[in-house]
Design a protein around this ligand. Structure first.
Ligand SMILES: [Zn+2]
Length: 365
């Protein structure tokens, strides 16, 4: 933000200067042009005496004015290039230090990245681009997953075209999954159909409500407000877009867009990473590139992994020191387990159960 403000201040300075001189110059140049045009017309028409003296004095005036303008223009050029320097100074263009070069080193990792990009394109209905991308990268993707995105996007398109039939079919096929998460989707779909019919025929809408809403007894409050819409019609376009959003959410169409997640996490983490690079890593560049962990805690708003802290050593477990479950069911870190081992045997620090360290099993979150 400070960087933007610094650049903005420079631009405002330049604009203020332009507003002071610009219109004046434009007016002056315009006046010269019309004078010249007038002389040209006089010469062309050959009418009367031409005042050569006046012409040469005007040309002299013009030459002087143009020289002034051109000098000022040169000074402006340096002002404009100063803005470029301010941008360079305030915005870091080189983000390579904040990236981990090892991440996409192997072909397998590159393929994974390409698959994620491809899935993003499929998810976003960019079919032609995705197919071209597949051809160029030479990777192949799971047909089943491709088909899934195709179906889900077809349903979204149908909902936009006011055709809820494919959405109802999908709801029937995925009823168990939707019931488990107490989804409102089916009710909301019926509500939209009811409102669509209502805009044509009130009686028919009530018949539809009788036929379909009786299955949603637990939503009697919602049914009441829906019936109230007969008298107070709602914003149907807004409700339709809400239903589409609900479908995208409940069908997990929005959840598994890994590319968006990566970009969003990266954007929110980058300023903090660049700050820490400037603050502590200036002389030891690339210090965190060697590890698979960030040097500071960054709250990106996304949290996918459960974290286990060892109750004995009070440290966070990671791939080099994973959590281990003992035979008794208590979980401690591998480092703690090694520390507690006495002559090939281990006594749980929480219950007195004795066991062999080799009996402990690694836990994956
Ligand atoms: Zn125990």
């Amino acid at each position: 933000m400070e960087a933007c403000q610094a650049v903005e201040a420079e631009i405002e300075k330049l604009l203020a200067k332009y507003n002071k001189f610009g219109p004046k110059w434009q007016y002056q140049l315009q006046r010269f042009i019309s004078t010249l045009e007038r002389y040209k017309r006089e010469i062309d028409s050959n009418s009367g005496e031409i005042d050569k003296c006046a012409i040469s004095s005007t040309i002299l005036q013009m030459k002087l004015a143009v020289k002034d303008i051109s000098n000022e223009h040169r000074r402006w050029h340096s002002d404009v290039s100063r803005i470029g320097k301010t941008i360079d100074k305030n915005f870091v263009a080189d983000y390579t230090e904040a990236s981990n070069k090892k991440v996409f080193k192997t072909d397998q990792e590159k393929e994974l990245l390409n698959k994620i990009i491809c899935m993003h394109l499929f998810r976003d209905s960019k079919w032609e681009v995705a197919e071209e991308f597949l051809k160029e990268t030479g990777i192949s993707v799971d047909d089943e997953q491709k088909q899934r995105y195709l179906n889900l996007n077809h349903i979204v398109d149908s909902l936009k075209r006011q055709d809820p039939t494919p959405a109802f079919e999908w709801v029937q096929q995925n009823k168990a999954q939707l019931d488990a998460k107490k989804s409102d989707l089916e009710f909301k779909l019926h509500q939209i159909v009811f409102l669509d019919i209502l805009s044509r025929d009130q009686y028919e809408a009530v018949v539809y409500a009788r036929a379909h809403f009786n299955r949603f007894v637990e939503k009697h409050g919602d049914i009441q407000s829906t019936m109230g819409m007969i008298l107070f019609p709602p914003n149907l376009a807004k409700m339709r877009s809400d239903v589409i959003d609900l479908f995208i959410k409940d069908s997990c169409l929005g959840d598994d867009d890994l590319l968006s997640v990566c970009v969003n996490v990266g954007c929110s983490a980058l300023p903090a990473l660049l700050d820490i690079k400037q603050a502590i890593c200036r002389d030891v560049g690339g210090v965190w590139n060697e590890n698979d962990e960030l040097p500071i805690k960054i709250d990106t708003g996304f949290a996918y992994h459960s974290v286990f802290a060892c109750p004995i050593l009070r440290t966070r477990c990671g791939s080099s020191n994973p959590p281990m479950m003992l035979v008794c069911g208590h979980v401690i870190s591998k480092d703690a387990l090694n520390k507690l081992e006495r002559s090939g045997r281990l006594k749980c620090p929480y219950c007195p159960k004795e066991q062999l360290p080799s009996e402990a099993r690694q836990i994956h979150f």
